[in-house]
Design a protein around this ligand. Structure first.
Ligand SMILES: NC(=O)c1ccc[n+]([C@@H]2O[C@H](COP(=O)([O-])OP(=O)(O)OC[C@H]3O[C@@H](n4cnc5c(N)ncnc54)[C@H](OP(=O)(O)O)[C@@H]3O)[C@@H](O)[C@H]2O)c1
Length: 249
């Protein structure tokens, strides 16, 4: 039976694969039949993801995507791609009055500039096949809403989602689709870096979610699989909210 969500015969590059959402995307894409090229900074954690991949023909490349040379090397080492899932990202909670240039540069580069130039280098070297799909993990923050202290993070994700729309328009002639997924809180390491919550605080937070729970990595990776698969072949330039109904209230 033809499964429109299958990733058989597709090669997909996945950044941020050593943790959280990117790790889940890697494992689930491999289950759907893709050959995956996974990348992250931390070699041991990346190896852990690699060891969990079903099937064979996968590859792993260690790279620091806050460094332009590593981005170039990663683009050079990649084979031709049917899909890219950009997940590498960082967050820091800082009130506007305390924003400083180093933090801002770091967040903007890791979350926006890096993924933008990685995409450009792959395009220029013709590594992104016609009819391929590029998916950026953006955020609810900066596109649909924002929380206190998130101005730098929101700026980086706003930039990423804006770039994705421009790229979607320009690359449509080659059948290349570009979309974003926009999660609210997903329980991963990045969420913990923005402050550990007590059980009571967690309960309070969940009250803001009509579907009565926070997100888990597969809530996002299943949506990314949809965008990477032929099921979404007429869908481009989107920001898809994945938020348990958070923005409804
Ligand atoms: N969790 C949420 O609530 C949430 C909500 C909305 C959007 N997002 C977005 O989802 C994406 C994935 O986050 P996550 O929740 O899965 O967090 P995570 O568990 O902290 O994972 C972040 C990933 O990004 C990688 N990374 C960070 N800086 C990097 C760099 N300079 N070079 C290469 N890789 C780098 C990390 O690699 P190492 O392991 O090597 O450090 C890790 O694989 C991020 O873009 C984040 O902004 C998350």
């Amino acid at each position: 039976m033809n499964n429109p969500f299958s990733l058989e015969n597709k090669t997909v590059l996945i950044t941020g694969a050593s943790s959280g959402i990117g790790k889940s995307v890697s494992i689930e894409c491999a289950k759907m039949g893709a050959k995956v090229i996974i990348t992250g900074r931390n070699e041991n954690r990346l190896k852990d993801t690699f060891n969990e991949l079903e099937g064979d023909g996968h590859n792993m490349i260690v790279a620091d995507l806050s460094n332009m040379n590593d981005i170039k090397e990663l683009a050079n080492e990649c084979s031709k791609l049917d899909g890219i899932s950009h997940n590498a990202g960082i967050a820091k909670i800082v009130p506007v009055k305390f924003v400083n240039k180093d933090d801002l540069d770091n967040i903007l580069f890791t979350n926006a500039t890096g993924p933008i130039f990685l995409t450009q280098m792959l395009l220029r070297s013709k590594k992104i096949k016609n009819n391929a799909s590029v998916v950026f993990t953006s955020s609810l923050s900066g596109i649909y809403c924002v929380h206190y202290g998130e101005s730098m993070y929101a700026a980086s994700k706003g930039a990423l989602s804006g770039f994705a729309k421009g790229a979607a328009l320009e690359l449509a002639a080659q059948g290349i689709r570009v979309n974003c997924v926009n999660p609210s809180i997903i329980q991963t390491h990045i969420f913990e870096t923005t402050g550990v919550l007590s059980d009571e605080e967690l309960k309070e937070k969940i009250k803001n979610y009509p579907l009565r729970r926070l997100g888990v990595p597969t809530d996002v990776s299943y949506a990314i699989i949809y965008f990477l698969s032929d099921a979404s072949s007429w869908v481009t330039g989107n920001d898809l909210k994945i938020d348990g109904g958070y923005t409804l209230i």
